[in-house]
Design a protein around this ligand. Structure first.
Ligand SMILES: Cc1cc2nc3c(=O)[nH]c(=O)nc-3n(C[C@H](O)[C@H](O)[C@H](O)COP(=O)(O)OP(=O)(O)OC[C@H]3O[C@@H](n4cnc5c(N)ncnc54)[C@H](O)[C@@H]3O)c2cc1C
Length: 437
């Protein structure tokens, strides 16, 4: 019997350490430091490096990777339990060496990169020395990558890239960008696109502007790069993976990215739940605390049920990834997690915000940003609709159309079949009963 909902005691001790460490040492950084991807910020080196060393000493650095790449090889279930803690803090993933999008970029360079690419780009990324960016979405097309038009053309020993990309997160701090481009427009998009590594500062790579999420503040730029590739030349050996292999690489990258976001979302949604419960027992009405009111209790009960359902779905999917070691076999499960994630975060945050009244919608509480975060989760890595469609398509593969007019569950048809099947026995039983009267 392998179903087991307990964490082994040794790992639990590490989780307990991580929990206290994040609360005491890392969460305060969220309030004083800027962008975790800005490695040039001198405060980063002074405040963050010593914390990263403590994480390494505990054996919790880069838990998403195998030991051959400097990670722990713990697998997705253990990573999920850790990410449930790290997701509480903006800085924690960087302190633990598993922040997106670097984690996904590291994974694909590890899997598809040449030794030279790994030495030049993966090693410093894993060491937390540099940041990276992933450049796939275009201004005119996101959810449907078959519509991408950014083009890469081979010219001697180089590839020349032209086109526009949109929402390339952290491009302004990235030491390199992984970009997806059409290399063969004559074949289907699934075979005609390739990935390239473009070092920052390559001539022709232009940041048109950095777009922010949510209401902008005067003079403060966002972190999602609107990029223009104007005859950007990279050496031929900067092709990542095979020519035409971009879709397979993207699936690997996005599969891991989606489940990791979901793990961190559990932390966010629990945080909102804790704030809701604290408010419920603290805020007084003429009948006592809010917690005494039935409609408040319903909010708390509904939220707990939704969080636990979501958490089980995430952990089960993590377990399936560890079991199969092939994202294609858990496509349906990851799509379900991705579709469920923004809804549970939105619904619980909205209730928590509402129970805080005016304070809840004010800029003195984190709810507005969390609510916007839920909406961003519903779009980034593909909109919810697309994931629901994927899930339904996979589920429907297991069903066949019924041959006749009536569904297989049609009661009169089933009753007639059952009567026919047991006709002889029923007849005999009836005759016996009459005979005994
Ligand atoms: C915070 C954030 C960070 C991001 N980071 C990156 C990054 O680092 N790199 C990168 O390349 N991209 C990034 N993106 C972009 C993201 O991947 C795209 O926004 C996403 O794929 C959707 O594309 P789109 O914005 O063009 O929306 P569209 O494709 O225009 O879709 C808009 C809406 O149309 C509807 N829709 C679209 N297609 C379908 C369909 N098939 N069925 C039903 N309804 C549909 C949905 O309601 C959808 O929300 C990021 C986005 C966000 C919000």
């Amino acid at each position: 019997m392998a179903w087991d909902f307990e964490t082994d005691p040794d790992y639990q001790k590490l989780l307990d350490w991580a929990d206290a460490f994040v609360r005491d040492e890392v969460e305060p950084l969220d309030l004083v430091l800027g962008d975790p991807y800005d490695k040039a910020d001198p405060r980063h080196r002074a405040l963050v490096r010593p914390l990263q060393q403590q994480v390494r000493d505990r054996g919790l650095w880069a838990c998403h990777l195998g030991p051959e790449l400097g990670g722990q090889g713990y697998g997705q279930v253990k990573l999920a339990l850790l990410n449930e803690i790290l997701g509480r803090s903006r800085w924690a993933p960087s302190v633990f060496g598993c922040q997106a999008p670097d984690s996904g970029n590291a994974e694909i360079i590890a899997l598809f990169g040449t030794p030279a690419q790994q030495e030049r780009y993966l090693r410093p990324l894993l060491d937390g020395e540099i940041s990276s960016s992933y450049s796939m979405t275009e201004p005119h097309a996101g959810a449907d990558p078959t519509l991408f038009t950014t083009r890469a053309v081979r010219d001697g020993d180089e590839w020349v890239i032209n086109g526009e990309k949109w929402f390339s997160s952290n491009a302004k701090h990235a030491a390199f960008i992984i970009v997806m481009a059409v290399t063969d427009p004559e074949v289907s998009a699934y075979e005609g696109m390739s990935m390239f590594i473009v070092p920052a500062g390559t001539p022709g790579l232009e940041i048109v502007r950095n777009v922010g999420v949510g209401p902008g503040h005067e003079g403060r730029e966002g972190s999602h790069g609107y990029l223009r590739y104007n005859d950007v030349r990279v050496p031929a050996d900067h092709l990542l993976g095979t020519e035409g292999g971009a879709f397979a690489i993207a699936q690997t990258r996005l599969g891991g990215g989606r489940i990791h976001h979901a793990m961190r979302t559990i932390a966010q949604v629990r945080r909102a739940f804790d704030m809701m419960c604290e408010r419920a027992v603290s805020r007084q009405t003429r009948w006592g605390p809010l917690a005494k009111l039935q409609l408040t209790r319903e909010k708390i009960a509904d939220s707990w049920i939704e969080i636990e359902q979501f958490r089980l779905l995430v952990l089960r999917t993590a377990w399936l990834i560890d079991k199969h070691r092939d994202y294609r076999r858990v496509r349906k499960d990851i799509a379900a997690v991705k579709a469920a994630m923004p809804k549970v975060l939105h619904d619980v945050v909205q209730r928590a915000m509402h129970l805080h009244g005016a304070l809840g919608v004010s800029n003195e509480m984190p709810f507005a940003a969390m609510l916007l975060g839920a909406e961003a989760l519903a779009i980034a890595d593909g909109p919810t609709e697309v994931h629901k469609i994927t899930l339904a398509r996979q589920l429907l593969k297991e069903y066949e159309p019924v041959p006749g007019l009536w569904p297989t569950a049609h009661l009169p048809t089933r009753r007639a079949a059952a009567r026919e099947r047991y006709a002889e026995t029923l007849e005999e039983a009836l005759e016996h009963a009459i005979g005994n009267q």
